[in-house]
Design a binder for this molecule. Sequence first.
Ligand SMILES: Cc1ncc(C[n+]2csc(CCOP(=O)(O)OP(=O)(O)O)c2C)c(N)n1
Ligand SMILES: [Mg+2]
Length: 667
Amino acid sequence: MVQYTELDQKCVNAIRALAMDTVEKAKSGHPGMPMGSAAMAYVLWARLMRHSPQNPDWPDRDRFVLSAGHGSALLYSLLHLSGYELKLDDLKQFRQWGSKTPGHPEYGHTPGVETTTGPLGQGLANAVGMAMAERFLAAKFNKPEHELVNHYTYALVGDGCLMEGVTHEAASLAGTLKLGKLIRLYDDNHISIEGSTDLAFTEDRVKRFEAYGWQTIVVEDGNDLAAIDAAICAAQADQERPSFIAVRTEIGYGSPNKQGKASAHGEPLGADEIKLTKQFYAWPEEPFHIPEDVLTHFRQALAKGKECEKQWLEAFSGYEKAYPAETELWSRVIAGTLPVDWDQTLPEFPADPKGTATRSASGDILQAVAAAVPNLIGGSADLAPSTKTLIKGEGDFSAANYGARNLRFGVREHAMGSIINGMALHGGLIPYGATFLVFADYMRPAIRLAALMRQKVIYVFTHDSIGLGEDGPTHQPIEHLASLRIIPGLTVIRPADANETAAAWKAAMTVPGPVALILTRQNLPTIDHSRYHSAGDVSRGGYAIERGGDQPDLILIATGSEVSLALDAADQLLKQKITARVVSLPSWELFEQQSVEYKESILPAAVKPRITIEAGVTMGWSRYTGECGISLGINQFGASAPAEVLFEKFGFTAKAIVEAAVKLLGK
Ligand SMILES: Cc1ncc(C[n+]2csc(CCOP(=O)(O)OP(=O)(O)O)c2C)c(N)n1
Ligand SMILES: [Mg+2]
């Protein structure tokens, strides 16, 4: 067993003191969690975790996720002490405008932060995704003599994380997948904001994880460095099961008046209490004091990290010589670039009045994308037969086959969203997740974080309107398009036919950040562009299919399944000598990125009469109708009936559009 010394204990107290002072100076934050879990964090960061502070992006580093994101002062203290690019002055700017130390850890903002956490439970599910990515890349790239990928994923979680449902979903899947390199440290302090966890959280957490198929280990004393060390080593040794280490801690450890109390959770301790606590640690009063020997000891991480990297680079150069083709692929996927000409094999669909459902077209397109892009990986929340998201000829990602690309998430939309975030964050993969559009609500917190972190994840949301028919209002999305469009940084694309779907996939693979593809259950005509002398231009977000001349009488703006209706309506209007432009507007976000000139060429300001047509809430459409236009939509829940009946009843027919147009024009 490793002998821990007084210096180690001093290092633990240094983390506590630094976190305490950081929160105190900001007059805001959470000191209790860092103080309670400093010992386990120290053992992990200073001794057991393979990381390289000078190169936080080194691909085979162990991943560390602070799922209990409110304890950010812990992470910032560890990063600073270990020698990451985070200065003491940065800690003094905790939670201030423009600082590198925001209230909760933010990916892409602070070197060494692997994911954005704060919404409890997300980090833990991200970690499952990271561990899955690790296994996939290991299976794909490692060779008997040469290993490129072999790292652990650690997550530090609190009571709040374990109370959130998403961690149940993710832990259950992790157990099934036997993710042996996933290690979870549980800050078991019996406290959350409102007080004792007995108020609302009494199940046996250890048994729960046992039931998921995890190895479980209990450390009775959260300050016992040797016991924590032994537990983490035992977790590392079990390659068959993920490990759950429950470490009994005291929130606010060392604070005479706040230790073990909820009052240590979310507010600075206060000057008097800090004084008393520092006396308890036998620590100098001076704020932000870091003893020389402590810093020197922590900064050994720099040399150790360099050594780890060096070993890896040696392995890499051996690999490079033996496997040049694999190395090229490796470099490309790690850099996140697509193969040249990857999009040359996307299918084209001939014009066809009967057409196909965009979900089915998407299924065909997916095969071409997956064939060209070997690191595209994904699956659905138990709806693959409906979402058409299986990659043909690929096996299922499982403990027996980590190199397969079909992910079986089970009925777990929320975890699916968080897991694909974790996979994207890990690097090397382009993940997708699929379900019915209506259930996007179940994964919304993860979608929001994907957007916040600008991660390249793709959502395949099918059954996108009342057009799904008989399943009725519980399954029919109404407010969902609007609710996704309002998430900053998320690109929503609702293609009108099979060819627009191919273009939508192309955009999904190339535009920065997350993309939601919104697809129909029902068949849609494949639009005959030659008839309109137009070329689809989904990449610009919107384009005119039928121009209706340079000065049309009105503009019909539609998305998805409603575009064909608008085209039919335009035909009928022409018989009444009314010229209508038909604009397909599959993506507001992409359209808004276009130049003023382009937008004006599609939606000329001079043409005031406009009708937007979309089988969902009308909220938001006024940005395109202007003051004189109207929106045809559905501002109530749907109903259970065949799709054609529903479209008729809710006013989505060419006839209804014609009537609305005639009325609008006052003819
Ligand atoms: C999804 C979500 N809900 C609520 C919160 C607000 N919140 C932050 S910390 C916390 C209590 C967490 O308790 P625990 O994980 O035990 O942390 P400790 O008090 O032990 O530090 C809550 C409710 C949050 N951050 N995320
Ligand atoms: Mg707690």
